[in-house]
Ligand binder design. Sequence first.
Ligand code: DQA
Length: 145
Amino acid sequence: MTNNAKNILVLHGPNLNKLGQREPDVYGTETLDSINSQIQDFGKSNNCKIDIFQSNHEGELVDKIQNANSHDAIIINPAAYTHTSVAIRDAISSISTPVIEVHLSNIHAREEFRHKSLSAPVCKGQISGFGGYGYILALNSVVHI
Ligand code: DQA
């Protein structure tokens, strides 16, 4: 890898391990494994080293955010914690690494409780509504912006 190689952390929040089986009318039929292999393919073609982690536990996601010093950027889908977690928001605020928030569904077009993201205001930006391709859009923003 050359000097300008990027080191990126992708975090998937709760229930995203169930993609493919979970509410396919909302989230589609693509599995998390399939999304992750597209993320890794992007990394190989774009000189990025990408670490991927999924957890159903808020504190584990907080630990990963706090310990991301060696990463150039974090891409996170906090899933349901988007709407509830002051802890994840505060962890994002506590680091200088840029964070991009991704949602598979368009959270603004769904139930009202999903319209509010506690984390988006402390992120560089939010991508919502493009399914698994949202992660590729976020990776492109890290590489090109
Ligand atoms: C989600 C949207 C959240 O509201 C929901 O709780 C999820 C997935 C998405 O990717 O569309 O679990 O983050």
